[in-house]
Design a protein around this ligand. Structure first.
Ligand SMILES: Nc1nc2c(ncn2[C@@H]2O[C@H](COP(=O)(O)OP(=O)(O)OP(=O)(O)O)[C@@H](O)[C@H]2O)c(=O)[nH]1
Length: 730
């Protein structure tokens, strides 16, 4: 039996890139961060003889701990909330590193890609393994950019728990909402860390309230801050009624003192803490029957007598059940509050055996990740995260099983389950880890190799990159024969271009970046077509009649219907050829050559001469559908983005005036401390290069996040401007 050795499939020629590596980003907002000079890796890692160089610390972390002492966790957040800084502190306090890395200096462990160090952003997830008080923690730091959720999603499916990091001055921001929903989907227990408590405008209560309101979660306040913003100096542990103060003379935050709160020295804080503890006990009792029984029986008279361990065990159960989320606070940058966060990770987040996985897998070669360093290991117990190399056909989103026979057994079971479709939560579903959802790319551009002879090298590079990053799509333009890259945003394509150069040594040329439009039709139309061709001594003859009609917003692919007038025997015998023809016709609409969506195609008549090949049937159906689409009234659909701009009050007016010129539709302007948050929609075509404009308009003080909302119909005027521009008339 097996399971829960979860494996990230990574396949790449260079060992240095054997990290969890699918990428996913757009993050126009990222470019608002100041560019940083490349800083070579100069970190001081503890070393052990016999391991790769001096870079990797702990040999003891290679030895397998018991499963109950393993924590597989991810760190997730909105961009800039401080995930990487928090991870750096965690690595330092756990002894993994001997000096503190700084995102602003470009020398963090987990942001090890050259582009990450240069830009000060997280692009790929990085995994690190370290030990904390007898526990093994496998931790993944994920990117926080709002439109690039795939990398996060890819990680979430192998995690047992997650830490959601918040900027305490901003509360819940756009990307937090997105990843929170993803974590809900994968049923990941979470704890919240309100970071940046030292920052001007930091507000514990505001951030907690936004967790309650926006995430609809029940926060369990396990800590209270001592001071806020400039006065922040430590935290109170509500569970144990102790105060934790960081030694002002210790510049790395390693030294802090933990003291019980006393009536004599801290009467006010003690009163507040007792109230908070009582409220916490009541809240947990409300969510956990076992704890309620304990509290109402033995301790109903005086909650003060309830031992901290009993409360902690109940909080662990509630966290695992995901009925509430523990909340802690601190300042990673100022080195406060990170050690209690580590304690909470081991105490409240589940071990792999507490989660339901029913696999165990074996593979030939296993590696333990230490950011960009890797150590080969002979074996690993269930519940760990590891890397594997050399897989030729496995791509992101696949589930690996131990052998062909176990795969066949799984398939047989899945088949049996498929027959009992009415049963929910089938065996088949449990056999496979949830796949990743791959959003549709919204940008594309052509890419050319330096010379025709290098085209195979470029094809190979793109094939490898696509396996790592399924959000990157590559297709061949049928008219020009050029290779077309389709990606999630300007930066996504820019980084792919850069990686092809750095990792595959190919200097490629990108065409101008274009928005991925879609097309649809507005009325029903019919068309007929006949294909009559003799090849050699064989006659291929097909006649078809189809109807194309608009339908309510669908998933994108055309809905295919067969009218009663066509005999079932005839269409069933050629179903694959017919549907291939319809799909290929809908890939290129008549207006811009963009994919057609929200249409149904009905086959009304089909006459096939005996001996006609399926290629000819496909070709005839495709031509006929294209004829119908051409006859219909047509409509261009454009990607509409959710936009959130955070700007200081002084710059609000110019930002709004600029958005009005970009066909922006403002829904709401929120007040967040001294900032205004403009929330609305804007067509993607109008927002290209927005980071530079916004930086100029606001002297670099604003930030924005973008996310695809939906495809919307363009107004007749905008559509005709676009079509004239495309046909070179304007
Ligand atoms: N005042 C303050 N600033 C912080 C704190 N933690 C991080 N920062 C700063 O916030 C910025 C973003 O920090 P990162 O650690 O890169 O944030 P991130 O969430 O990893 O960002 P991405 O990886 O790009 O998603 C940096 O300039 C940090 O120095 C904190 O506790 N207080």
């Amino acid at each position: 039996m097996l399971s829960s050795l979860r494996i990230f499939a990574v396949n790449h020629k260079k060992m240095s890139r054997l990290h969890i590596n699918s990428m996913y980003y757009s993050k126009i907002r990222a470019s608002l961060k100041r560019l940083k000079p490349h800083v070579p890796l100069g970190r001081n890692y503890s070393s052990l003889p016999g391991l790769i160089g001096n870079d990797i610390k702990s040999l003891h972390s290679i030895i397998n701990p018991p499963v109950a002492k393993i924590r597989n966790i991810g760190i997730m957040a909105h961009i800039d909330a401080g995930k990487t800084t928090t991870t750096e502190r965690i690595l330092y306090y756990s002894g993994y590193t001997r000096s503190l890395g700084d995102v602003d200096d470009g020398d963090t462990v987990t942001d090890f890609m050259a582009q990450e160090r240069e830009r000060g952003i997280t692009i790929q997830s990085a995994a690190v393994t370290f030990d904390w008080k007898g526990y093994r923690v496998n931790l993944i730091d994920t990117p926080g950019h709002v439109d690039f959720t795939l990398e996060v999603e890819r990680c979430l499916r192998v995690l047992d728990g997650a830490v959601a990091v918040f900027d305490a001055s901003a509360g819940v921001e756009a990307q937090t909402l997105t990843v929170w929903r993803q974590a809900d989907k994968h049923k990941i227990p979470r704890i919240c860390f309100l970071n940046k408590m030292d920052k001007t405008g930091a507000s514990f209560n505001y951030a907690v309230e936004s967790i309650r309101q926006k995430l609809k979660a029940k926060p369990l306040l396990l800590q209270l801050p001592i001071g806020e913003a400039k006065t922040f100096k430590g935290v109170v542990d509500v569970v144990s009624k102790e105060k934790l103060l960081w030694n002002l003379n210790s510049d790395d935050g390693k030294d802090f003192e933990r003291k019980p709160l006393l009536e004599m020295s801290d009467p006010k804080l003690l009163k507040e803490t007792t109230e908070a503890r009582n409220a916490l006990i009541e809240q947990v009792a409300d969510l956990d029957d076992e704890f309620a029984e304990l509290v109402l029986g033995e301790f109903s008279e005086n909650f003060d007598l309830l031992p901290a361990e009993k409360l902690q065990t109940a909080i662990h159960r509630v966290t695992l059940a995901q009925t509430a989320v523990p909340v802690l606070c601190g300042s990673a940058l100022k080195n406060k509050g990170v050690q209690p966060l580590l304690d909470a990770i081991t105490m409240y987040l589940p071990s792999p055996e507490e989660r339901n996985y029913d696999f165990l897998e074996r593979i030939s070669r296993l590696l333990l990740p230490f950011a960009d360093q890797h150590v080969e290991i002979p074996s690993l117990t269930a519940g760990n995260i590891a890397l594997t190399v050399g897989l030729k056909h496995t791509a992101t989103g696949d589930t690996l099983v131990s052998s062909k026979s176990s795969a066949l057994a799984a398939a047989r079971r899945a088949e049996r389950e498929g027959e009992k479709k009415h049963r929910q939560n089938s065996e088949a579903e449990r056999l496979l880890l949830a796949g990743v959802e791959i959003p549709e790319p919204v940008f594309f551009c052509t890419i050319e190799p330096p010379s025709v002879s290098k085209q195979p090298d470029l094809d190979h590079a793109l094939k490898c990159l696509q396996r790592e990053d399924p959000s990157l799509k590559v297709r061949l333009d049928p008219d020009s024969g050029q290779t077309v890259l389709c990606g999630m945003g300007e930066l996504h394509i820019e980084i792919i271009h850069d990686r092809i150069k750095r990792e595959y040594g190919l200097e490629t040329y990108l065409g101008p970046l274009q928005v991925a439009y879609r097309e649809t039709i507005l009325n029903s139309v019919r068309a007929t077509d006949t294909l009559d061709r003799t090849l050699g001594d064989k006659r291929h003859l097909v006649t078809v009649e189809v109807e194309a009609k608009p339908i309510e917003a669908s998933s994108g692919a055309p809905v295919i219907e067969y009218a009663d007038s066509v005999s079932e025997d005839i269409w069933k015998a050629s179903q694959e050829a017919i549907e291939n023809g319809i799909h290929s016709a809908c890939l290129q609409g008549p207006l811009l050559g963009s994919p057609i969506q929200d249409v149904a195609i009905t086959l009304h008549s089909l006459i096939i001469h005996p001996g006609t090949s399926s290629t000819m049937i496909s070709a005839c159906v495709s031509r006929c559908v294209q004829k119908a689409l051409k006859k219909a009234d047509k409509q261009v659909l454009e990607p509409l983005m959710n936009l959130e701009v955070t700007v200081t009050r002084d710059y609000l007016s110019p930002v709004l005036a600029d958005l009005a010129q970009r066909r922006g539709n403002i829904q709401e302007i929120q007040t967040r401390q001294d900032n205004r948050v403009v929330i609305g929609f804007v067509p993607l075509a109008e927002i290209m290069g927005y980071s530079t404009v916004l930086r100029t308009l606001t002297s670099g003080s604003a930030a924005f996040a973008l996310e695809l909302s939906n495809y919307q119909a363009m107004s007749p005027q905008d559509q005709s401007t676009l079509l004239s521009r495309r046909s070179g008339l304007t």
